[in-house]
Design a protein. Structure first.
Lengths: 355, 250
């Protein structure tokens, strides 16, 4: 504690989970996240934890379901194609209201795609991904210190709301090395897991059932209404975003994760040249940081969304800005990472149009 | 007057949704009787499947989890790793276990996961209305093999107990039946042994129970029991396929 150590992103996320009290990890190999399960396989035995290499991503997420249902802090990680396979289990967990932290170190798609960084899983992460009406809390760190801090936060949010939380990284974040410090997060008051299936000896007189099946329609609608009320609470209380130079910015760049980091360099350079450019960086992708937009919209002339995807984030930006200002898009796909020069050029183009 | 027969304590006092003549009720009862006898209901955690036993989580007094289709052994793995002193079991049908959940059961068995699986094999998808199962016998008509299962086009039934007994992970694998009273008594013995092995930490245990589905077989309950004896037993021989205490196949 208090000491800065140089670590690879995937390993830092794994260690952060252990520091957050996670003692169960179920995973399956896929690039570019392999260092995460590998680290867990070394580290878990040292802390009397459990690491299981499952037979598939499908099995891994269902092991997470079982472990979470039995009351444990539990994590799984994967990369895009593997996260697709986990969607069945994630939907069941959302339905059964089971907390867990799922890490997606996103790679290029669709299909087998590539193993290079991408943000192409944005829709899958924030719009559901599996079947049915549900939401995941989605956290998008932009550097390793933030990734480490958000892992602790992710476990707390999961336990507080009884909901799966997704950490949406990308191949860059997973593979880069940076100094990180493991520090305790703000302590939240967490409810006891009285619902966990640990055997009726632990809760005499009542029987715990973990389930997402509600056969009668009025009953299932009520269950959905309760879930929606929970999501509304999360949407109100748990938004997070970083604002940089937004008070006087004519162009506000909207970007998350690694892309936001590159955008920061572009914005710094443009500021030195006297251009009024700012950054709005969503840290929670769901709930979408609507409050931050409301703060920025009155001053901003125009928005430029930059993403490593084909125009996914920009849809939420347009929904939020709702026609009040023009919203532009710049993106790269398939594992291509935008350079700060490209982003600067786009900002200047938009600035020209805004004047 | 002394009571000689009553509902096991581990079975909830309620009407089940099973069809008349279905043998799920007998199998539920056997599990509950063993829970009572070995006195582990308060540390048991069951996993219900998708299929006819999907509402199984209602019928036992112990803690339960409802799994996605075929995933019960993975869910049970998660539970058992968190609650190692719990007694964890899955209750699965043939579509759930031998088709969509083939990977999960094979790997739970291969890991020697210390759980017990009760595998109910009636050779058909009951809940969805009588479609062909991976265990449907050659020639048998179902709603998706209306001309009878043609092994040239639809392949052959899977003998799960034989297959899993080739692995080193399982401690006990047995196939039993519930079509006569003596068979029911033997089935109970096998289920008890499976749970005893789990409690002793010996590894993965599975009891395959041959079962009937009068509704989807289009037979009366008695005709269904006859069909089990006449058609299923020759294809699915009963016996203990793996027993680490006995050392070898009996």
């Amino acid at each position: 504690m208090g000491e800065r150590v140089l670590m690879k992103g995937n390993e830092a996320i794994a260690e952060a989970a252990i520091q957050a009290g996670c003692r169960f990890f179920f995973g399956y190999p896929i690039t570019p996240q392999n260092e995460l399960p590998e680290y867990m396989s070394r580290r878990m035995p040292q802390v009397e934890g459990t690491f299981v290499q499952a037979e598939s991503e499908v099995a891994a997420i269902n092991m997470v379901y079982g472990a979470s249902g039995a009351g444990a802090r539990v994590m799984t990680s994967s990369s895009s194609p593997g996260i697709s396979l986990k969607q069945e289990g994630i939907s069941y967990m959302a339905g059964a209201e089971l907390p867990a932290v799922i890490v997606n170190i996103v790679r290029g798609g669709p299909g087998l795609g590539s193993i290079q960084p991408s943000q192409g899983d944005y829709f899958q992460a924030v719009k559901g991904g599996g079947h049915g009406d549900y939401r995941l809390i989605v956290l998008a760190p932009a550097n390793l210190q933030e990734a480490v801090d958000l892992v602790t936060e992710a476990f707390d949010l999961a336990d507080l709301y009884r909901n799966p939380v997704l950490i949406l990284g990308d191949g860059l974040l997973g593979q880069m090395m940076e100094p990180v410090e493991f520090r305790p997060g703000t302590k939240r008051e967490l409810p006891p897991k009285t619902w966990a299936t640990t055997g009726t000896r632990h809760h005499v007189g009542s029987k715990s059932v973990i389930n997402s099946l509600v056969l009668d329609a009025p009953g299932l609608e009520n269950h959905n209404l309760r879930l929606q009320a929970k999501y509304a609470r999360i949407a109100q209380d748990e938004q997070k975003a970083e604002l940089l130079h937004c008070t006087d910015a004519e162009v506000v760049v909207v970007a998350y994760g690694s892309t936001a980091r590159i955008a920061k360099t572009a914005i710094g350079n443009l500021r030195q040249l006297g251009h009024k450019v700012g950054l709005l960086r969503p840290i929670t992708l769901w709930p979408f940081p609507v409050h931050a937009f409301q703060e920025v919209i009155p001053h901003a002339k125009t928005f430029l969304t930059v993403e490593m995807s084909s125009g996914q984030l920009v849809e939420d930006v347009r929904l939020t800005v709702n026609g009040a200002r023009p919203v532009h898009y710049y993106g790269r796909m398939g594992g291509m990472v935008p350079t700060h020069e490209e982003i600067s050029a786009e900002c200047l183009k938009v600035l020209g149009g805004a004047r | 007057m002394a009571k000689v027969f009553e509902r096991p304590k581990s079975l909830v006092d309620m009407q089940t949704h099973y069809c008349p003549g279905c043998t799920h009720g007998i199998i539920h009862r056997l599990i509950a009787e063993v829970m009572d006898e070995l006195n582990f209901a308060d540390r048991a955690i069951g996993v219900a499947p998708v299929g006819c036993a999907v509402l199984g989580y209602l019928y036992f007094t112990c803690d339960m989890q409802e799994a996605a289709h075929g995933r019960a052994p993975a869910v049970a793995t998660g539970i058992k790793r968190v609650v190692p002193d719990g007694v964890v079991f899955t209750y699965q049908g043939d579509g759930d276990l031998a088709s969509i959940g083939c990977a999960e059961i094979v790997h739970a068995a291969a890991r020697g996961e210390n759980i017990t699986t009760i595998f109910v094999n009636n050779g058909i998808y009951g809940m969805t209305g009588g479609q062909m199962a991976p265990t449907t016998l050659p020639g048998d008509k179902t709603s998706t093999s209306p001309y009878g299962r043609d092994t040239k086009k639809q392949g052959f039934p899977i003998r799960v107990s034989e297959m899993l007994s080739t692995l080193d992970g399982p401690a006990y694998v047995a196939r039993v039946s519930v079509h006569t009273v003596p068979h029911i008594i033997r089935a109970r013995r096998a289920i008890k042994k499976a749970f005893q092995y789990q409690i002793a930490g010996q590894g993965f245990t599975l009891v395959e129970v041959l079962s009937t589905c009068p509704t989807n077989w289009g037979l009366t309950p008695l005709e269904a029991l006859d069909k089990l004896a006449k058609d299923m037993l020759p294809y699915y021989p009963l016996g203990e396929y793996k027993d680490i205490e006995a050392g070898a196949k009996q």
